[in-house]
Design a protein around this ligand. Structure first.
Ligand SMILES: [Zn+2]
Length: 260
């Protein structure tokens, strides 16, 4: 009886949530997580993006002027927060990375310290992905430490696949960190026509029963990205349910376990 009562409460709580209500009504099959990178530095389109009427996954860089403000606002508006950790790329200067960056010349102890502090600096974070990182994410020593800290803190890892030599899938599996992989970047070129083309490509991908993950950015083209999402979100909702990333991980939290 107690269990039934609890289930009723939980189901009521889930169904009364505005996003889920729509989803249940239309019984869609595929699930889509939209991740937006580069929050934390008062980037272009921040406010407009957080006002979109669906649960986004918001990747926030640590130790920046609006890190905490963006995380609190995102959480308040029902978005999921993850840490967007700057990591060393193959090309480009370390100075582009921002504070607390993970580079391959750091000691084990320093990497552990930086990752722990970064997680602590971003309120409400339940996962992590990386900013740049084509060199660091191919380095087994570095990523083993990063993923061990994620496991200890209960975070999942989204691999945005900035290199095809990423060691993250192998290590995440070995260490036991929930792992997700990006499928599509909306804005790898900052023009409306390119972003529309990628948005249409995603629309075609939603015609199945699979989970899908796509990444966009705030920043230079942040307002354009919001414009494209505003146009395509209603289209995506006819084919899929838009969910936070953690909903794509079976049993990531208690609510997932309670949904039949
Ligand atoms: Zn980034």
């Amino acid at each position: 009886m107690k269990i039934l009562f609890l289930t009723v409460i939980i189901m009521n709580a889930i169904w009364s949530h505005p996003y889920v209500e729509k989803a249940v009504a239309k019984s869609r099959h595929s699930e889509l997580a939209i991740v937006i990178d580069d929050f934390g530095n008062n980037m272009g389109g921040t406010e407009e993006m957080l006002n979109l009427p669906v649960p986004l996954t918001v990747a926030i860089m640590p130790f920046l002027p609006t890190t905490k403000e963006d995380a609190k606002l995102a959480h308040k508006k029902g978005h999921e927060v993850i840490v967007h950790i700057p990591m060393e790329p193959l090309r480009g200067k370390a100075s582009w990375l921002g504070p607390g960056a993970i580079t391959t010349n750091l000691s084990d102890k320093e990497i552990r310290k930086r990752i722990t502090r970064a997680i602590d600096d971003v309120p409400y974070a339940v996962g992590m992905n990386h900013h740049m990182g084509s060199k660091a994410t191919a380095d087994e020593r570095v990523m083993r430490i990063v993923l061990n800290v994620c496991r200890e803190k209960g975070l999942y890892y989204l691999d945005s696949r900035t290199t095809d030599k990423s060691v993250i899938p192998k290590l995440a599996n070995e260490i036991g960190v929930p792992y997700l992989e990006n499928e599509l970047f909306f804005d790898d070129i900052y023009t409306i026509s390119h972003m529309n083309k990628k948005a249409r490509e995603l629309e075609r991908l939603l015609n199945d029963d699979e989970n899908h993950i796509a990444i966009g950015h705030v920043g230079i083209a942040g307002k354009k990205m919001v414009q494209v999402l505003n146009e395509y979100i209603p289209v995506y909702q006819t084919e899929s349910t838009i969910v936070p990333l953690s909903e794509l991980i079976p049993s990531f939290d208690m609510i997932d376990k309670q949904v039949p």
